[in-house]
Design a protein around this ligand. Structure first.
Ligand code: MN
Length: 257
């Protein structure tokens, strides 16, 4: 049987489960909030054009307003100054949008410490147990933070010292960017960097090193606890926004059952 015929049959008969890693997109979807004097993105909004009424008797449709970096979304290299000469979101090669996943579960650590950081040793320990990180694949970093995604305040977890959400150390971000074959990192938080990463050296190291190395980011993922440690295939195609720095994305995982 052909590979594609086999794939379709397996999806229909449950041999392959499709797991949705995407947060619902609505005006309640949490968005990043930067302090003054930085610019900020808008919440997702629907504006009704017509709904079976005088404005359009047989049809319902909306305009949408959204940031590129709203909800579950894709970061392209050009999003960061270190990747300014790299791909915009419309230029990401299609064969990079279907890729294997390595799932690192640090949710227990993040539950104890909201400022928890992924370190090189965590990844090396994972590799000793599970093999090398996949070539061209996604490192999916589970922290349990998706449980907070229904509430902007809890999700951003900010106090007078700024936001406190888990992320990646500067040393680990540099290593992932330069020494591993991954295509990018996927996280459950509002961005790929820790809440406190404005104070790291360099600031926002995950963005700085990974996007600077031509790699990608996926954010605000959920349901990572439903994935095997290895073996899932991620389908994550951003909209081809010409010149865009990122895009909301529907992220699907294919999991063999
Ligand atoms: Mn982003």
């Amino acid at each position: 049987m052909s590979v594609l015929r086999n794939l379709v049959d397996s999806v229909r008969n449950g041999g392959i489960e499709v797991v949705d890693l995407t947060a619902p997109l609505s005006s309640r979807t949490p968005v990043l909030r930067l302090p003054e004097p930085f610019g900020n993105t808008v919440p997702f909004t629907l504006r009704e054009i017509s709904r079976y009424d005088d404005r359009g008797p047989a049809w319902y449709w909306n305009d949408i307003s959204t940031g590129e970096h709203t909800g579950t979304h894709f970061d392209a290299p050009v999003h960061w100054v270190t990747g300014r000469d790299g791909e915009d979101v419309s230029q990401v090669p299609l064969d990079r949008l279907i890729a294997p996943a390595a799932v690192l579960d640090l949710a227990a650590q993040a539950a104890r410490n909201p400022d928890f950081l992924l370190e090189i040793d965590h990844v090396k320990a994972w590799q000793e147990a599970n093999g090398p990180l996949p070539e061209g694949g996604w490192l999916l970093y589970r922290t349990g933070w998706d449980a907070r995604s229904h509430d902007q305040e809890s999700f951003l977890n900010a106090d007078e010292t700024g936001p406190h959400t888990p992320g990646v150390s500067a040393e680990c971000a540099r290593w992932l960017a330069e020494e591993t074959p991954i295509a990018g990192i996927g996280v459950e938080t509002v961005g790929t960097d820790a809440g406190a990463a404005h104070g790291f050296d360099p600031a926002f190291p995950c963005h700085s090193f990974l996007l600077g190395a031509g790699k990608y980011g996926l954010t605000q993922l959920r349901n990572l606890d439903r994935l095997p440690v290895t073996g899932a295939v991620i389908v994550a195609p951003p909209l081809p926004i010409v010149g865009g720095s990122g895009s909301p994305v529907r992220v699907l995982a294919l999991v063999e059952r």
